[in-house]
Design a protein around this ligand. Sequence first.
Ligand code: FPP
Length: 247
Amino acid sequence: MIRGSALNGAPSSPPTPPVHVAIIMDGNGRWANTRGQTRSDGHRAGTQNIRRIIRLFSGRGVRYLTLYAFSTENWERPDDEVDALMELLGEAIRTETQALHEEGVRIRHLGRTDRLSPHLQKAINSSVELTQNNTTMNLNVAFDYGGRAEILEAIKKLVANGVRPEDVNEETFEKYLYTPDVPDPDLIIRTAGEMRLSNFLIWQAAYAEYYTTGTLWPDFDESEIDLALAAYAQRQRRFGRVLDSRE
Ligand code: FPP
């Protein structure tokens, strides 16, 4: 199993930035509401924010960034909002992929693709394929993603492959998840104040540090990133062990 960064909080060592940050980008609707705009306008502002956030995290040494953009439950939202989110993903892939590729960003998609339009499926596959050998930074877009669905899908594949029960362990199981080559998240950030995981990376988040801020996603900026990273640097990660008292 791939574990994230080294332990933080030891007085003698400078804080290590998290290797993998995952974000639940909440609050687009509220952001739009306070401005008398539509929820879709809020998602558009949220998408704009993603552009700068990727570069800011990359500049701070974060190697993996996972963004929760559309959950398996989000299909229950009003049709026009679902359409807007699909539209925004297509547009973002169209306008951003080349620049991200030139900056060495590898794009992965986490989630189902079969319920997306053929056009969107093709766009996702092309951006994933184009960037597959990039190594500067990893951007994972969780779109039509659900943690429970991911685990069930993995179990179905295990069974279909005839894996024997005695060969099932954490290491073999993780190979069947959407993230076989991605380290577990070190830090999960949720904007807009809620204190829940909402079916996000529920297997991978087992030892992640959790951070929430009341700031709405479109307003989550450089200073907010620094607050989140400073809070993370204070955490003492034990992964279930007991640390030496000097640590
Ligand atoms: C939660 O805010 C946000 C979402 C459900 C979608 C997040 C999507 C984006 C930022 C844009 C699309 C993504 C890409 C990759 C282009 P909310 O609507 O639940 O806000 P609320 O709780 O204030 O109503």
